[in-house]
Design a protein around this ligand. Structure first.
Ligand SMILES: [Zn+2]
Length: 88
């Protein structure tokens, strides 16, 4: 499947929980809630490429797992809003 951040060819790893794990050559390995993944797949919302990569890099520096959580999506504004150009 395509990476849910940038659309690159990536592999989806079967979820062990409510999280979907993605291993993308550009974004690296990360997980996000299945509920959010379903919304992205259906086109209901999109993730912001640069912000998500920055966010994952920050978590890596802080020795945290590469998980995009619902709380952090709000804090770091990781979702792109429809109809508003906000870069990449
Ligand atoms: Zn990617």
């Amino acid at each position: 499947m395509a990476c849910l951040i940038c659309g690159c060819a990536a592999k989806e790893i079967p979820p062990a929980s409510t999280f979907i794990e993605i291993d993308c050559p550009e974004c690296g390995f990360f997980g996000l809630p299945k509920e959010l993944a379903d919304k992205i797949k259906s086109g209901e919302c999109r993730l912001h490429v640069r912000r998500n990569r920055d966010y994952l890099a920050m978590r890596n520096e802080q020795k945290q797992g590469p998980w995009i959580t619902p709380v952090d999506i709000n804090i770091y504004q990781l979702l792109r809003r429809h109809g508003i150009g906000d870069g990449d």
